[in-house]
Design a protein around this ligand. Structure first.
Ligand code: FEH
Ligand code: ZN
Ligand code: ZN
Length: 346
């Protein structure tokens, strides 16, 4: 089968012919129909040797949907032909976190040579992907696979970040979403579908603000010298209740701290590597709370799929054939993808 393989750190991944896996024990073989492309794939590809615990080579792709092709002899609860999306974080499988579907916070994460499908283990930028257990599969019913695949990371990560702020998002609350790309546009929709407040959007691209508007944001602004003032004005002057930062640079973290009201909450989702000085006394509003959520849980993935199947969220995608994966990677690296890039085996 063909697969997009990362064979050397810092080098462009290439399509190669590899053995189609055969499932044993509790494993499941899924025929891939769609795999999302994520900024984390760019971080993995560009990682310096030794930065990640992953063993090369492996197949990329951690945002995967398709159909069950073959069930290992020790599986149950799933049938060949079932349409599924992969829960991408694969932990140790034995700790209390993994046993409760929270592989994203596996207690043994630092001992593992992988983080999941396409993250040190063979992933879904291929014709087939081998999944360790049916517990990593969520049924998607009739949802199109190019809609389902991005839910497993872009959707789940956004949903998990919103879930961590939900206590602060009462009626009339204001949330700012910084960065309206593959994750941010879904966060706007999830906020609109599951909270009672208003959503303001910030980005550096006009087309991203248009996407925010289509996703249900009440207002959007480009980054300007007075962005904080504009957002505070829009929130009635006291500041906003929550910020979801999908960029995570020093500039966006400082913007977030500058627009939050006392008791406000910041969720840092983007891996921009930015810094924010936390000191007391300091510039942060009293009662400031910070979270650094990572991916999401398996039960939450089922909730995100249910939201999508109800029509409450829609993923804006740009489809690419698997054979054009390097073009998609270049486009993502250049900020020239609207919504989420999805690779489809051709
Ligand atoms: C996956 C693995 C490592 C870092 C970040 C990620 C995210 O793409 C998961 O949402
Ligand atoms: Zn990702
Ligand atoms: Zn674990």
């Amino acid at each position: 089968m063909r697969a997009l393989r990362l064979a050397a750190w810092g080098e462009t991944p290439t399509l190669a012919e590899v053995e189609r896996p055969v499932p044993h024990g509790a494993e499941v073989l899924v025929r891939v129909e769609a795999t999302g492309l994520c900024h984390s794939d760019l971080h993995v590809i560009g990682a310096a040797p030794g930065n990640l615990p992953y063993r090369l080579p492996f197949t990329l792709g951690h945002e995967v949907a398709g159909r069950i092709e073959t069930l290992g002899p020790d599986t149950d609860g799933m049938r060949v032909g079932d349409r599924v999306v992969l829960y991408g974080p694969w932990g140790c499988g034995a700790c209390e976190r993994c046993a409760t579907g929270r592989d994203n916070y596996c207690d043994r994460r630092d001992t593992l040579a992988w983080h999941g499908a396409g993250l040190g283990r063979d992933g879904g930028m291929a014709e087939y992907v081998l999944v360790p257990s049916a517990r990593h599969l969520v049924p998607i019913g009739g949802l199109p696979t190019d809609q389902a695949a991005p839910l497993s990371d872009a959707g789940l990560t956004s949903y998990h970040a919103v879930a961590g702020l939900r206590h602060a998002l009462a009626e009339g609350a204001t949330t700012v979403v910084i960065g309206v790309g593959g994750l941010g546009h879904l966060a706007v929709q999830i906020l609109r579908a599951t909270t009672a407040g208003r959503v303001l959007a910030v980005d550096v691209r006009e087309d991203a603000l248009a996407l925010a508007d289509r996703s249900g944001a009440e207002f959007g602004t480009l980054v300007r010298t007075d962005t904080a003032h504009v957002l505070r004005e829009r929130s009635g002057g006291a500041g906003v209740d929550a910020v979801l930062d999908f960029v995570g640079t020093t500039q966006t973290l400082e913007l977030a701290a500058g627009v939050l009201r006392p008791g406000g909450e910041l969720a840092v989702v983007g891996s921009g590597g930015g810094h924010l000085t936390v000191s007391k006394p300091g510039v942060l509003p009293p009662g400031f709370r910070l979270s650094v959520p990572f991916w999401g849980t398996r039960p939450e993935l089922a909730e995100v799929v249910a939201l999508a199947r109800s029509g409450a969220i829609h993923v804006e995608t740009e489809r690419f054939p698997l054979s054009a994966a390097t073009e998609a990677i270049d486009r993502l690296r250049g900020g020239r993808v609207r919504g989420r890039a999805v690779l489809v085996p051709d």
